[in-house]
Design a protein around this ligand. Structure first.
Ligand SMILES: Nc1ncnc2c1ncn2[C@@H]1O[C@H](COP(=O)(O)OP(=O)(O)O)[C@@H](O)[C@H]1O
Ligand SMILES: [Mg+2]
Length: 267
């Protein structure tokens, strides 16, 4: 059995209802043609990384209520992972899959179980703990998810001067690395920078959700390693409802008024 399949087993991914937790279903795993190991999974349309690819000429971005709806679904996925003591370790746009308006957390190649340390990750979306070379916890997945959603929503990522370039140039660095560096100067400093970043989210309800999550979860004392997912879900749903109340009919790429069933299921 390969490493990823071990994680799928822990997640009970062969349960026909597993997709309700925004996790892919495993239909089959084992050898095919007597030698090749294979896993047959739920078929998705693609990843959010492909959908919002930077070279896509349409290049739309996640907008207001869509941000929260995509975030909500991914948070549900993380809540489930955390309930099974799985840390994903590689949350990023290319590992969030979609089918219709549904979003799933996939690709458990880098995942770890019961607090074991995993080295793998994609630095651009990695949490500050990755750069501090610390063991990652469920909270680190939530931090990477926030960076992922911000990226998809078009929030500009941190830039630093490219020392190697002969002409003045800047390179994109990860938010997690910036947070790691800012935390060295103290939490107040780090919080200020993060709150400034939240201001790129123009909708006050969307912004409020992220400000809240930074203060109550991601910047909370380091022994608070498992996010309070139920509370986070309530905050997101409340914000979606507030946005919906202020608009007549909502039709985003992901969220529409017809998605309310998912919301009532969550709450
Ligand atoms: N269940 C799936 N449905 C549709 N496409 C998939 C699925 N799983 C993987 N893919 C495609 O294959 C790519 C790589 O899969 P992934 O599981 O993320 O492995 P890795 O990133 O480790 O190579 C994805 O970006 C996606 O394009
Ligand atoms: Mg992948």
């Amino acid at each position: 059995m390969n490493k990823e399949m071990k994680i799928y087993k822990v997640l009970n991914a062969d349960d026909p209802k597993i997709e309700d937790n925004q996790i892919p279903r495993v239909y089959f795993n084992g050898k095919i043609f007597g030698k090749h190991y294979a896993i047959a999974l739920s078929l998705f349309e693609g990843t959010l990384g492909d959908y919002y690819a930077e070279d896509n000429p349409k290049k739309s971005r996640l907008s207001d209520v869509d941000i929260l709806y995509v975030f909500l679904q991914a948070v549900k996925g993380l809540k489930y992972l955390s309930s099974k003591n799985v840390v994903h370790n590689d949350i990023k746009p290319n590992n969030l899959f979609y089918r219709g308006r549904e979003v799933f957390v996939g690709d458990f190649d880098q995942s770890s179980l019961n607090g074991e340390k995993s080295l793998g990750n994609t630095p651009l979306f990695a949490s500050a703990n990755y750069f501090a070379n610390k063991t990652r916890h469920p909270r680190d997945d939530l931090e990477s998810l926030v960076y992922t959603i911000w990226f998809l929503a078009g929030v500009p990522m941190e830039m630093i001067k490219d020392e190697k370039s002969p002409i003045p140039a800047f390179i994109r660095i990860s938010e997690g690395r910036a947070l790691f560096e800012n935390l060295k100067k103290g939490k107040t400093n780090a919080r200020q920078k993060i709150m400034k970043k939240c201001k790129y989210l123009k909708n006050k309800y969307v912004r409020g959700v992220f400000e809240d999550i930074w203060d109550s979860e991601l910047l909370a004392p380091s022994d608070q390693t498992v996010p309070h997912y139920d509370g986070i879900i309530v905050i997101i749903i409340d914000a979606i409802n507030s946005i919906s109340k202020n608009k007549h009919a909502i039709q985003g790429d992901w969220f529409s008024d017809g998605c309310c069933a998912v919301l009532s299921f969550c709450s």
